[in-house]
Design a protein around this ligand. Structure first.
Ligand code: PMV
Length: 309
């Protein structure tokens, strides 16, 4: 039996703008994990992926090209030159909430890559894992920027510019985030597609929102490196305002953001694609209890506290 695990993630700043070439920052969330366990399978079955939580069983050699679980298995086996793998069952479980902007798809894919490489006594650098996972992300999300696979494969805070750079960067002083779940699925593919249409109708207007988000991400990176949490909080607030103007927030997200600020958070914003999913709030040891309570009173279906370091 071989095990591969992967953490979830949240986008700290720069979602959506990152699709248009602006920088974004994402951080791993180790409190949630995807796990892939490999066991010997029945003779002749080939590779089967079994996800009991979602009742999905995929026979890889029979699955269509656009099945993300089969896709990640095929690409990983090809990469390791094990095109005709033996009879294996890969059991996938995950505590990463689905469709909440926490990278559930990328976490499952990464766990599968890690389990398969371990099973075949091989090792891949994080960049190679990230590149493999990107293939499945395309199936999940259409035109992903690549930030999810990057932060999850590296499992470190990442400063990311699509197609240009990804830098694992220094956190001057660890800080705490509260992640509040609206309980509503965030339809990443639709939100990104909808925004793209509006962008095409008004490239100058949306372009300037994306540019400002990029400036905020650059400032946030400096604030994080220098341990300036107050400055980071203000930047989170400003980024939320831009995301509202981009049309990707919703009343439930805005309510949780306001509740976190009322509870004493240094800043708060939606995180990920929007129209549901999660928001994040920058908190301290002193405010964590109150913000957690305020979020739940405002309707959060779950709150996760994570430390970024
Ligand atoms: O829902 P998430 O966390 O995967 O958010 C997607 C982030 C976007 O910037 C909206 C899209 C992307 O591919 O980066």
């Amino acid at each position: 039996m071989t095990l591969g695990c992967a953490a979830g993630k949240v986008i700290l700043l720069g979602e959506h703008a990152v699709v248009y070439g602006q920088p974004a920052i994402a951080v791993p969330v180790i409190e949630v994990q995807a796990r892939a366990t490999i066991e010997p399978g029945a003779a002749g079955q080939g590779v089967v992926v079994w996800a009991p939580d979602i009742g999905k069983r995929v026979v890889v050699r029979e699955a269509p090209d656009d099945d993300p679980l089969a896709c990640i298995v095929r690409h990983t086996l090809q990469k390791m030159s094990h095109g005709r793998a033996s009879d294996l069952t890969i059991i996938v479980t995950s505590t990463v909430p689905i469709a909440r902007g926490m990278g559930s798809g990328a976490a499952v894919s990464t766990a599968i890559v890690r389990a398969l490489t371990r099973h075949f006594d091989q090792w891949l650098p994080s960049q190679a894992v990230s590149d493999l996972v990107y293939q499945a992300e395309v199936i999940y999300h259409g035109t992903p920027s690549g930030i999810d696979n990057t932060v999850i494969a590296f499992e470190k805070p990442v400063y990311f510019v699509r197609g240009v750079t990804r830098e694992v960067f220094w956190v001057g002083k660890p800080f705490l985030l509260a992640i509040g779940d609206t309980g509503i699925e965030s339809p990443t593919r639709e939100v990104v597609g909808d925004l793209r249409q509006r962008y095409h109708a008004d490239p100058a207007g949306y372009g300037s929102l994306f540019e400002r988000a990029g400036v905020i991400a650059v400032g946030a990176r400096a604030a994080i490196a220098q341990g300036q949490v107050d400055a980071l909080g203000l930047l989170l607030d400003e980024n939320h305002g831009l995301l509202q103007q981009m049309g990707v927030s919703c009343p439930e997200l805005d309510r949780l953001v306001a509740a976190a600020r009322d509870g004493g958070a240094l800043g708060a914003k939606l995180s990920g694609a929007g129209w549901g999913g999660n928001m994040i709030a920058l908190i301290t040891e002193e405010t964590r209890g109150r913000v957690d309570l305020m979020l739940r009173l405002a309707g959060a279906s779950n709150v996760i506290i994570t430390e970024v370091r």
